[in-house]
Design a protein around this ligand. Structure first.
Ligand SMILES: NC(=O)c1ccc[n+]([C@@H]2O[C@H](COP(=O)([O-])OP(=O)(O)OC[C@H]3O[C@@H](n4cnc5c(N)ncnc54)[C@H](O)[C@@H]3O)[C@@H](O)[C@H]2O)c1
Length: 336
């Protein structure tokens, strides 16, 4: 049984805690650390059967029984805690993004070299049953050569303005999942990014210097084209769809709904709305990604996505930011 420590007990820290307890074999959460631990969070942690609660994550790093850490704290702490955890000899699952600064990610890549430690980044959508089926179809050549990838990714509601201010901007906070999805579905890298953005949802997001609506096009190294559309607000729920079009066909997935019931009556024909947000849509995916991380430790395998997979979407996000700022397509080679 692998003993793990969770650093950061906010939204995603609680998701991983719960999924380890309910969905992950071979792992147990020994300690949870959060400097702002309050009564409510502590009660949640206790309900999950976790032995120790601390405000200082060094208690986790200094515990020889703990083999692995999940870094679920705010983004600005990820690269620093990664470096400390590597020094302490812990395997690391780090939430996205590792950092917004490429040099800080490079330092993590460097520090990992030769340690034999496992490192996985939290791009959970790769573990969603729908997207896995799309990737499988592409990988097996069932749609021929990939020509167009279309991703729709819209949140049901915008985050708080305080969150927006420290998020690094929509491209590095939200679109980063879609950048990873483009890499995952295509199996190749982007070479050029062009972004259009607008502030249509909440003027306070614009005042904070960010966009809330965007369309991003990417040229891929295999010659295919990808397009991502994002909004911070979809009035009907969490809108997460993809389509891959190729020389021999097309594979697409729609949204998950709580049921497939379709109501037909004199007023019309009505189906269920998409599930509300990531906590509903991706709970199984969160369980699967951590199971694979633990499996990599137990069976000494590569993690399904490593530290370089954490770096590439940040490069794509920085290119999208530059593209929007300068009103022109940006080559990824300008950023790396
Ligand atoms: N993969 C996903 O689907 C997904 C979803 C949400 C968030 N995230 C990522 O997870 C991270 C956290 O997001 P969140 O929504 O849970 O935020 P949150 O604000 O709800 O939680 C962050 C927690 O980290 C704690 N924290 C801050 N500094 C700390 C430190 N030094 N040591 C320990 N804890 C510390 C805070 O007190 C807070 O409780 C972000 O990087 C975000 O990008 C990923």
């Amino acid at each position: 049984m692998i003993k793990v420590g969770i650093i950061g007990a906010g939204r995603i820290g609680k998701v991983h805690m719960e999924s380890i307890v309910t969905r992950v074999h071979d792992a147990v959460v020994k300690t949870v650390a959060d400097p702002f631990m309050n009564e409510e969070t502590e009660a949640f942690v206790r309900r999950m059967g976790v032995e120790n609660v601390t405000r200082d994550y060094h208690d986790i790093l200094n515990d020889p029984e703990i083999q692995a850490v999940l870094i679920c704290s705010s983004t600005d702490t990820h690269s620093e805690i990664s470096l400390e955890a590597i020094k302490a000899g812990k395997h690391i699952f780090c939430e996205k993004p590792i950092d917004h600064d490429l040099e800080k990610i490079a330092a993590v890549i460097e520090a990992l070299k030769g340690t034999g430690l496992k490192y996985q980044v939290g791009f959970n959508r790769r573990f969603d049953h729908n997207f896995m089926a799309v990737r499988k179809a592409v990988e097996e050549g069932r749609i021929g050569r990939t020509e167009i990838i279309k991703i729709t990714s819209r949140d049901p509601e915008p985050p708080s303005i305080d969150y927006v201010k420290v998020s690094g901007g929509m491209f590095l906070d939200m679109t980063i999942h879609d950048f990873d999805m483009v890499r995952y579905l295509s199996g190749c890298e982007a070479v050029k990014v062009y972004a259009e953005g607008a502030n249509l949802v909440d003027p306070r997001i614009g005042e904070a210097g960010d966009v809330d609506t965007a369309v991003i096009t990417l040229q891929m190294e295999d010659g295919s084209i990808a397009v991502i559309d994002n909004s911070r607000r979809a009035s009907y729920g969490y809108d997460q769809r993809v389509e891959v079009f190729g020389s021999d066909g097309m594979v697409a997935v729609g949204n998950d709904t709580d049921s497939t019931a379709v109501l037909s009556n004199a007023s019309g024909v009505t189906a269920e709305k998409p599930q509300f947000f990531f906590l509903q849509r991706y709970m199984d995916a969160y369980g699967r990604e951590v199971s694979e991380f633990i499996d990599a430790i137990v069976n000494d395998k590569e993690t399904p996505l490593g530290v370089v997979d954490g770096l590439k979407p940040v490069v794509m996000g920085l290119a999208a930011q530059k593209s929007l700022r300068e009103g022109r397509p940006v080559l990824l080679s300008e950023i790396m």
